[in-house]
Design a binder for this molecule. Structure first.
Ligand SMILES: [Zn+2]
Length: 376
């Protein structure tokens, strides 16, 4: 079976399925919206021959684990874990201003690339393997995260548990622009800074300690954290109560990215040692989430070479590169499990209004995923 031809003739079905999943808008912080999309994808996974187990969550969307054709592959020793996520960074209603549409080879819409296309690739691959009665070499387990964009303790725990019993992990996050896989990723740390000052009347600010002024002074010092390729982004900030009051509290949330675990430790140490600029101010530093970097290992390089051979058989060239963004692949790789990330389609505009994928690449990557699931 030439899966490139097979999926080329089903390009319309892939695009249609993607349109349905994109229409079910699923911002991480809207449980009801995410769960509606989860139900749809769970139903499709069952149709593709999977046994689906939901993991209900109180605040975020429900997590889903699916086992492909469990009866047929029960004697296979090894297991492939496929990582996907269903949540996006786009609020409900965004689709009105950022519609799903095709222009030439490009397909636009909220979450098309990150990573609803990954779900489409997966569903189409499993459906093909199921329909053709194929018998892959390994058991296949799928994880559909519902809180990837923010990270959640429950999903991290579940990924660790699933990854520990897998012999390799495939992550369907989008490729690097140009189509390369992501073999190295930066780690990510989300840190919250809480500053306390002392309230006073706005007419006599000298009687108080402004938490806002302290926070601004701290932010100005972040230059010292940004060494090498370590980045610090102040993504959220807040504080104060009224214009005529000296702010008693202020806060900021930082997103820090680094290549090596040692860089993370250095930044965290410097933040924890922060000395207030204003007398009487206090600073509290807390880690909201932490994702390890994806570092290249011998095992992951071996897996890459094998994937490149399989891609070669389809007439595709598979390159590998590195990226700043974090993903669930890093959690699995952090346990030492060989991991390939960026198996999703080529495109551009992650978390941006021009988010789009290249349709020929969606077809190629679906064919590649099907071969990888069958042959690895
Ligand atoms: Zn993603």
């Amino acid at each position: 079976m030439d899966f490139r031809l097979y999926f080329r003739s089903r390009q319309g079905e892939l695009v249609h399925l993607l349109k349905q999943i994109v229409a079910l808008e699923s911002p991480t912080d809207d449980k009801k919206a995410v769960d509606a999309c989860v139900s749809f994808v769970a139903r499709e996974l069952k149709r593709a021959g999977c046994k689906v187990t939901p993991y209900p969550q109180p605040d975020t969307g429900d997590l889903t684990v699916a086992e492909f054709a469990p009866g047929r592959l029960k004697d296979a020793d090894d297991e492939i874990l496929v990582l996907t996520h269903i949540d996006t960074v786009w609020p409900v209603g965004k689709i009105a201003a950022m519609p799903f549409y095709v222009q030439g080879h490009r397909l636009y819409g909220p979450g098309v690339l990150d990573m609803k296309a990954g779900l489409v690739m997966l569903l189409a691959s499993l459906r093909a393997l199921h329909g053709l009665n194929a018998k892959p070499q390994k058991r296949i387990t799928v994880f559909v995260n519902a809180a990837e964009e923010t990270g959640s303790d429950a999903s991290t725990e579940l990924i660790r548990k699933l990854a520990r019993r897998a012999s390799l992990v495939l992550c369907l996050e989008p490729a690097l622009p140009g189509g390369a896989l992501k073999i190295e990723r930066k780690g990510r740390l989300v840190v919250r800074l809480d500053v306390r000052g002392r309230s006073a009347h706005g007419g006599t600010p000298e009687k108080g300690v402004s938490a806002i002024e302290e926070l601004v002074a701290q932010i100005a010092r972040f230059k010292r954290l940004r060494t090498g390729e370590t980045t610090v982004n102040v993504g959220l900030i807040g504080g104060g109560e009224k214009p005529n009051l000296v702010a008693e509290s202020a806060w900021a949330v930082l997103d820090i990215r680094f290549w090596k675990a040692a860089d993370r430790d250095r930044v965290l140490r410097l933040l924890r040692e922060s000395v207030p600029a204003l007398r009487g101010a206090r600073i509290k530093v807390s880690v909201e989430s932490s994702t390890p970097p994806l570092e290249k290992t011998m095992a992951s390089e071996k897996l890459l070479v094998r994937a490149q051979e399989i891609a070669g058989g389809l007439g595709l060239t598979l390159k590998a590169g590195k990226t700043g963004g974090g993903s669930d692949a890093s959690i699995a790789a952090g346990l030492g499990i060989p991991t390939l990330d960026g198996l999703g389609p080529d495109g551009d505009g992650l978390h941006a209004e021009h988010e789009h994928l290249l349709i020929p690449s969606l077809v190629e990557r679906t064919a590649l995923l099907t071969e990888l699931l069958k042959e690895l």
